[in-house]
Write a protein that binds this ligand. Structure first.
Ligand code: NAD
Length: 294
């Protein structure tokens, strides 16, 4: 079996291009799309990731403000900053970057992100709206999986899709998006027991557990399309997903790589969500952003 590698790079480029075009149209109408990223950590890899969002935003013509509150920021300070950004008309998108300082309860803060600016779908209201089919920003990672499947013309309607992971930022919203695309969705998690009976018979398996080597060749069949959401940093500093690439390659039909798969599309979608939010908030008419980009 020749396992097709589904790179996210081409799609990410298309989405960035789309975001850039929309940003230019908005700019011409007097609206400069703007994203605020609230950071409270000294973690180097997080800071690197945030700077990569900043660079990508600027290249797309989106203003990006990094509000670095430091690793000692309190919940009260973070709450005030998020509330202030919510009422700041020049800011269209808000991201609260994790990890947060010890003792800060992120679950108390995400609800303070103004829903119309919640471009990474962190506010529970956004998840609730997704659940009942109302317009909302999905977490960019969850949408990224769906965009990749669409881009590579992997059918989901009436197909069996297994999502491994049930977090509020990836597994749950992704399951809702797939359900909306008429997939038959099974959610597996840390208490599932053996994954094999679920994953082997599935058409699509999405792994979002944060466990190196969780999905191996014995978990898949020749029809399985595998999407690897996991990002795990090995002791040598290299980045790997949740899939044991060596054993899955040659068995599964297709696989997204890590890096260069879901992650690259996710960053591009944050930009697209920001221009969508800017357009909605500014009421600029005459632009059309289709829901899908693939
Ligand atoms: P999380 O820790 O909040 O949730 C992990 C989920 O995996 C849980 O629901 C848990 O039940 C499940 N799980 C853990 N061990 C399991 C096992 N042995 N078998 C089956 N299920 C198991 O993590 P998260 O925030 O949902 O992120 C998941 C992964 O996705 C992480 O590696 C994270 O770094 C990565 N991630 C990637 C992107 C991206 O853009 N590429 C974005 C967000 C998260």
């Amino acid at each position: 079996m020749n396992t097709e590698i589904l790179s996210g790079k081409g799609l990410a480029g298309l989405i960035r291009q789309r975001a850039g075009e929309e940003a230019r149209l908005l700019d011409a109408a007097g609206v400069r799309p703007s994203l605020a990223v609230v950071v409270a950590t000294a973690d180097e890899s997080t800071l690197w990731y945030v700077r990569s969002i900043e660079r990508a935003a600027e290249r797309a013509g989106i203003d990006c403000r990094i509000l670095d509150l430091g690793q000692d920021a309190t919940e009260q300070v973070l709450a005030r900053v998020l509330t202030d950004l919510g009422s700041e008309p020049s800011v269209h998108g808000i991201i609260l970057q994790t990890p947060l300082p010890e003792g800060v309860r992120g679950e108390n803060l995400v609800g303070l992100i103004a829903p119309e600016k919640d471009i990474d779908g962190a506010n529970p209201l956004s998840l609730g709206r997704l659940a009942v089919g109302q317009p909302a920003f999905a977490p960019a990672t969850a949408r990224s999986v769906v965009e990749i499947l669409d881009h590579f013309e992997v059918p989901t309607a009436g197909r069996d899709v297994v999502v491994v992971g049930r977090s509020a930022v990836v597994g749950k919203p992704l399951s809702l998006l797939l359900l909306a695309k008429d997939a038959t969705v099974t959610i597996c998690h840390s208490r599932t027991g053996s994954l094999e009976p679920f994953t082997r018979s599935a058409d699509v398996v999405v792994v979002a557990a944060g466990r190196t080597g969780l999905l191996t060749g014995s978990h898949v069949s020749e029809k399985t399309v595998v999407v690897d959401v996991g990002t795990n940093v090995l002791p040598d500093g290299s980045l790997v997903g949740d899939v044991d690439e060596a054993s899955v390659t040659g068995v599964a039909a297709a696989l997204t790589p890590v890096p260069g798969g879901v992650g690259s599309v996710t960053t591009a979608l944050l930009l697209l969500h920001t221009v969508e939010a800017a357009r909605q908030q500014s009421g600029v008419l005459g632009l059309s952003l289709a829901a899908g980009v693939a």
